[in-house]
Each structure stands twice: as C-alpha cells, then as structure tokens.
Design a protein around this ligand. Structure first.
Ligand SMILES: *Cc1c(COP(=O)(O)O)cnc(C)c1O
Length: 389
C-alpha cells in the first residue's frame, strides 16, 4: 500500500449539512439565533450542563466575550500556557490584559498546575487552562487555586468538545468555557465556536455582549418591549447557515468521536514499538481524562532534526505538521505578555512534537503507511527487526 498522499486533515461531512442549510433558507431565517441556533444551544446546554451556551462565529470570539465579561482592564494579568494558539492570549490583550505564561507539564503538555501559585500577583484576574489535544488539564487543582485566590477560570476547550475530566464535560468546569468548531477541530462548521457560561451570574451579560451590547435576545423572547444599547459588545454570533451545518455535525458528535478514538487507538498500538526503541514518546492520557482523539502526536527523541523528519514524510506523501511556536517565543509574545518562571518544558516539547494525519475515514492501511514511513525516516532497520520479533 502506497497511498500517494495522506493529508493532515480532511473535514468530515455527515451528509445532512446541505439539507439543513436548505431548510434554513426555505424558512427565510438566515440571521443568527434562529431555529438551528436554538437547537445547537439546547444540545450544548444539555451536554455540558452549563447555565447558558451561546454559539459564536469562532472560539476566538467566545474568548473575546469572556474577556469582556470578566471586565479585564489594562494591566490585569491572565495566567495561561505559552504552548497554545494565539487567540488564548489575544482575546485578553485586546482589553489591555497581560498574558502571564507558565510552563507546561512534561506528560500532557498542559499548563503545569504546580506553577500557578508562584505566578499569581495582586493584578491576576483569571487562569486560562488549555486542554491540549482534548486531554483535560488538572482541573481540580486549578479550580482549588482559583477559588483560594478569587480568580476566574476560563477553559480554552477549543480542542476539547466531547472530552471529559472525571466524568465531567470539558468547558463545563470553569466559570466560562470556549469551544471551537473550526474545520480543523472534531465537530465543525467551517468557522464557528461556542461560549459556555457556567457561572449563572454572568449569563445575562454574556447574551448582551454577544448581541452588539444590546438586550435584543430578551426582546426576541418578549421579555422587554424594545431593545436598547446596554453595554460594550460586538457581533459575535454566526448566521443560521453555519448553525444548520453545525447541527448536522452535532447530531453525529458521538459517532464522530468514536471513529476518531478508534483511529487514535490504532496509532497508539502501532507506535508502541518505536516508543520502546526510544525514538519517540507517545501521548500520555491521565486516568482522570477521557479524551476525544482530537489529535495524535508523537514527541521525537531529541536526536532527530524535526524539520528534516517532516520534510521526508512529506516527500513520501505523509502530511505531518508541528505545533505552536510558543507564544513567549513569538514576536508578539513578550511585547504583550510576560513569562513567570522558566519555559524549559514548553521549549523542549514544542521542538519535538509532530502531529500525524487524523480524520474520520482514515483507513488502517493509511495509518500503517504513516507509521511505516515514520519508522523508515527514524531508522527503518531497528523497527523492522522489532516487528518481526
Ligand atoms: C483552534 C483553537 C483556538 C481558536 O479557535 P477558532 O474557532 O479558530 O477561533 C483557540 N484555542 C485553541 C487552543 C485552539 O486549538
């Protein structure tokens, strides 16, 4: 088997997307907060147990609402990992907030909860745990520290839809949670996201901020006889076409997750030999975490030149990619934020990680090919010997 090319990601369609879009169009409801948005909200609220779920046009938008909701003021500090996507920080920087980067754990690549207390100052307002690869952060410790210091917790659960921590859905544990439905995530609508409001006291304002700072949502429910400007907000909601597409995905969320998990497990078993040989380290999922197979990554042993490994894989049709230039190493990182403590683990893991192709519909034969090519690049003879044994 020598597939010509295995893309890193291939967006999966359930087949119902365009029917639902046609339904939205026939209903003449194309702006936001129509019937499909309501269905999505209903499912999200039931699934997460959140006080309120609000679709947004992206996870970035959900994080921006979070920063507004928490009244982040210039100089306020927000603790987060440096090993994350830019939106985690940018949403707060837009309000004048200062991201304070802490190092990550060697095992999960998630924010290291043991470093939090040392990073807290009198300006600290919030902690933003990022559930990398859909594997939960150590939320019990994080919530305990946040409560002790009266800090808010915003979960960047962009990668965490359908994943759990101690049986609880990610995004439902902090005061606020943010999901992404970007085409590269598990459940998709092209661009899209959701804000989960778990602190009941924030629910009314969340709705207002998302609707241009007005109480239009209350007006639509007949709770007020006209809608007016209430506070600072923006337009953060998606139209019904996006919500219709998303509904088709949500209906299949369990199935999509199951299929991804099966592919993840297959990689995990197939790559055990390379790990035993010491050339890679496979992902580590703590027993408290039920992950969603958002990603399969391996950490290369430091003997390898990652760029060269990625290049050789690509030449053989395997599109594998690295992840995250850490924010503290990016041009914007220390202009807008600062580090608290060392960044050794972040720097080390960010240089070793490669993510393998993983999407719904990826066949075992294709996965065998990916693993075979990786083994070949990392020294074929050893691997073959081990397989024969
Ligand atoms: C994808 C992602 C985002 C941004 O999501 P969008 O929906 O594209 O705005 C934010 N944080 C993390 C950790 C992500 O992986």
């Amino acid at each position: 088997m020598n597939p010509k090319s295995i893309p890193f990601n291939r967006p999966y369609l359930t087949g119902d997307e365009f029917g639902f879009i046609a339904e939205a169009q026939h209903g003449n409801m194309l702006a936001g907060d129509g019937p499909f948005t309501k269905r999505c909200h209903g499912w999200l609220e039931k699934h997460t147990g959140s006080t309120k779920a609000l679709l947004t046009h992206s996870c970035t938008a959900a994080l921006e609402i979070a920063a507004l909701l928490l009244n982040i003021q210039p100089g306020d500090e927000i603790i987060m990992p440096s090993f994350t996507f830019v939106s985690t920080a940018n949403a707060f920087v837009l309000r004048g907030g200062v991201p304070v980067f802490v190092d990550i754990r060697e095992d999960t690549l998630n924010l290291d909860e043991s470093l939090l207390e040392a990073a807290i100052t009198s300006r600290t307002k919030a902690i933003v745990p990022v559930h990398y690869a859909g594997v939960a952060c150590e939320m019990d410790s994080i919530m305990r520290i946040a409560a002790k210091h009266k800090l808010s917790v915003v979960e960047d659960a962009a990668q965490g839809v359908m994943a759990k921590y101690k049986g609880k859905v990610l995004g439902s544990l902090g005061d606020l949670g943010a999901y992404s439905f970007h085409e590269t995530k598990n459940i998709i609508s092209g661009e899209g996201g959701a804000l989960l409001v778990n602190e009941p006291g924030l629910a009314v304002r969340a709705e207002i901020i998302r609707e241009k700072g007005t109480d239009r949502s209350r007006f639509f429910r007949g709770e007020v006889d006209k809608y007016t400007w209430q506070e600072v907000g923006s337009s953060f909601l998606p139209g019904e076409i996006i919500a219709a597409f998303l509904w088709a995905q949500i209906e299949q969320a369990a199935n999509i997750t199951q299929r991804r998990v099966a592919s993840w497990e297959y990689y995990h078993a197939s790559l055990a030999t390379l790990e035993r040989q010491g050339v890679i380290r496979r992902p580590i999922v703590p027993s408290d975490c039920e992950h969603n197979a958002h990603m399969y990554y391996v950490l290369l042993s430091s003997d390898f030149d990652r760029q060269s490994v990625l290049h050789q894989l690509k030449e053989n049709g395997v599109y594998s990619v690295f992840h995250y230039v850490p924010l503290h190493s990016s041009p914007g990182g220390l202009r807008y934020g600062r580090i608290a403590g060392g960044m050794e683990i972040t720097d080390m893991q960010a240089e070793r990680i490669i993510r393998l192709p993983l999407w719904v519909g990826l066949s075992h034969a294709e996965q065998d090919y990916v693993v075979g090519q990786l083994a070949k690049v990392l020294g074929r003879s050893n691997w073959r010997q081990a397989r024969v044994m």
